[in-house]
Design a protein. Sequence first.
Length: 193
Amino acid sequence: MPGLQSPNAYPRTIDNGAGERLTFTRRTHGEAAERLELETVVAPNAGPLMHVHYLQTEALTVVQGRIGYQRPGEPPSFAGPGDTVVFGPGEPHKFWNAGSDELRCTGYVEPPCNAEYLLSAVFESQRRRGGKQPHPLDAAFLVRRYSDEFGLVEIPGAVQRLVFPLMIAVGTLVGRYRKYAAAPPPVQRVRGS
């Protein structure tokens, strides 16, 4: 499992086998913190589930195609070439290719925290399952390990609190998580400030 990359390791591309390809292009200094710059290519109708970055700003600028995006409780919105969509820290969102051709975007995550590692691990698990959802044992481990950084909004909280620990126990028992032995430590979110 790839860990955090050195600046000389870029660009690096990951593919989830479900129509999403993500290239980490470089780490640089952003407006407020370190920034992980990226390029993404998304097939028609593909895109991530509703999720949240608790500590990071995520921005996508459309280069080609049409992006659909949505925040909970809001109707879908759309943007085209030259438009930038920004999701602030703690703002749940999802996006997808709302066109009939490839969606190409440039963007960034600021600060990176463990986004590169987490996305690489999730994409690898998903690709190994033929582009379907990541293996449930992998998803449970990664979502719990990095719960102060990221969240999956579409998985009910009760499932994450009650079922995920049981799944992690099973995954640990069968040795599934040895591949995450070099996983970077989670970044702790400061609560109540």
